[in-house]
Design a protein around this ligand. Structure first.
Ligand SMILES: *[C@@H]1O[C@H](CO)[C@@H](O)[C@H](O)[C@H]1NC(C)=O
Length: 124
């Protein structure tokens, strides 16, 4: 019983940390430019958006055409460009860019969850 209470407390503490510590909001507008600085060393970004049921990846290669990929083969178009310094820029935001963005290369700070950046429409 004591363990159960301890577990509940830990679990609660973790949930709170998860909400308050690691989720950021980025308000964007369809058709407008948007830029987010993920930080030094973040040259791989993963996102979940309506563009695919699977996680999509973008790598800061020198030959980027803006496409994201779920498996290294498929190409999901966007106006994105990821610089080596971790700055992600969209020339024009589309519906398919609305969603959550994560950094698979971010060092994990257990028990903190990795950061999630929510690209949201104003007023939603
Ligand atoms: C990252 O590099 C791009 C392109 O060189 C530049 O426009 C941007 O300002 C840089 N961002 C930071 C945070 O240094």
């Amino acid at each position: 019983m004591k363990n159960f209470i301890l577990f509940s407390v830990l679990f609660f503490a973790f949930s709170v940390t998860n909400v308050e510590g690691a989720i950021y909001r980025m308000i964007v507008e369809i058709g407008k430019e948007a830029s987010y600085d993920f930080g030094e060393g973040m040259f791989l970004i993963r996102r979940f958006t309506p563009a695919s049921l699977n996680p999509q990846y973008l790598f800061a290669s020198s030959s980027q055409d803006g496409t994201w990929t779920t498996d290294g083969i498929d190409k999901i178009p966007s106006s994105a460009h990821l610089n080596w310094n971790g700055t992600l820029t969209f020339k024009t935001i589309s519906e398919n860019d609305i969603g959550s963005y994560e950094m698979p290369l971010e060092p994990s700070r257990i028990p903190m969850a990795q950061s999630v950046i929510m690209f949201e429409l104003a007023g939603s």
